[in-house]
Design a protein around this ligand. Sequence first.
Ligand code: ATP
Length: 579
Amino acid sequence: MAMTFDQLAAYLDQLEGTRSRNELVRILSELYGAAALEELEPVTYLIQGRLAPFFVPVEIGLGERLLVTAVAMAYERPKEEVAASARSLGDLGLAAQAVAHEVTGDAPAVVEVHRQLSEIAAQSGTGSQTSKLERFSRLMSDLGPAAAKHLVRITMGKMRLGIGDPTVLDALSIAQQGDRSLRPVLEGAYNRTSDLGLIARTLRAAGVEALDELKVTVGKPLRAQLAERLPNPEAVIKKLGLVGVQPKYDGLRVQIHRHDGEVSIFSRNLETMTDMFPELVEAARRLPVENVILDGEAIAYDPASEEYVPFQETTSRRRKEGIAEAAAAAPLRAFVFDIMFRDGTDLTPLPYEQRFQVVDRLLAGGDTLVPAPLTKTDSVEVLTRELLDYISQGLEGVVVKRLDSPYQAGARNFNWVKLKRHTSGELSDTIDVVLLGYYRGKGKRAEFGAGALLAGVYDSDRDEFVSISKLGTGLSDEGWREIHQRANPLEVAEKPARVNSVLVPDTWLRPEVVVEVLADEITPSPRHTAGRSGDQPGFALRFPRIVSVRSLDKRPEDATSVREIREMYQQQRQRQVRG
Ligand code: ATP
């Protein structure tokens, strides 16, 4: 018997209702257990409020106003009534639920609803709006109340059950095997393809072994290789020996795919951003290859001042209007530092030195896609000189790479090490935290509704956000206002399931806003859950200052992880012992 969309909605209600991450995994694994093979992909995308994997930009194309009309049409109510009810309930999904009827007879299957929504999304051109509206309201009127609610939320892009990708992987493992033991294999496949639906289907259809066959594919972004930290050039050479040293550009990570003449560009968090980079698309089209995947950092260059434009300005180009103007005033270039695929061959297993040679040859002579310079050395002096040299050129520092390392999608390890310098002079690094809640302030701060913020980091093993600090200082009024604007819509009545905290703020937030902070020190703390296990205390930040609000390139799961905090803590202790 096919799973109906109403049955899926009952699971979504359960997921919405739980405060515990283990429960999320349990309910999801039950849902997966109940789904048939051909339902796995639609279910996987729908539980994350989507119709396709994250990197495929599908929009159903019915905004809030049209949805109000659709609800009114479906249940033969006046539009004003629906709009008023949405206002008073604070959610059009709840308004739809309130007027929907229980269905009798043949309820639409999940697969059918997914197919219809995909077809509605694909409709475009004149008259498409009316036809989208009619199809959508007909579909909705066949659904029960809970299903109507979730259908509206999915369409508005507002279904946030807070199910992280690792939670889905755990649930798949349990559904298939009864425990979490498949997680590493699943994670490997996910790192190469970024497509959870495909993974769910492959696992069920052909078993665990088949996951190894899910290879790097042009058109599907790989999860980015990331860099570890070490305190200084000495530590780098001691740990890695002979290395390749490259400047660390402060731009936007871009993964450039070219496939049959088509170019797609993905951001660090795997979003499709092709339209933002016309110059890069053009340059990638001209490359003498059948197909290719490149990794690099895009940065705008001001020909007048002969300077690179900083991150914030580079990203402002992402606002669609003005791309052509921005491209003319400060053309973009991408410093390409890696290649993962070329002409049908997966290059990720090759040592970095060889991959870089391919990049160098392929891009020779280009001035939009440029190979990042690479200096080979095993000398502390040379590395120090390179670091200071690049810093004096206004760059962030260097990224040091092991010449014999493969490209490990999704890994943060010592294949790559970043060295940066802060204005204070000492080497250190900022930490990206996720806002978990507000404490109400007194006086001026209370005006903006926040006296302090509860902030956490990401525990990637458990797919949980764990608290590490309260943030109170370091922001201008303007800065507070910005944070407040971002965080306000994320207020929730109860602690979200994936948040693990002993401290209870006045108001909880859905963990979405990532903020960059600089702290003096990491200290052990019994009050915080970051890194806490058994009778081991957690970690806290001493004197944290907010440096910036990271808006565009980081998902909450891209925040600093507990593992990184633990390593930073150990490095800090080594420095203290030596100092
Ligand atoms: P940060 O906040 O320090 O930029 P991050 O968490 O965004 O860190 P890291 O892995 O810490 O990412 O640092 C690597 C990032 O530096 C890459 O994601 C990339 O965007 C950027 N980068 C700039 N130049 C290079 C380079 N030559 N090689 C690799 N990455 C580079």
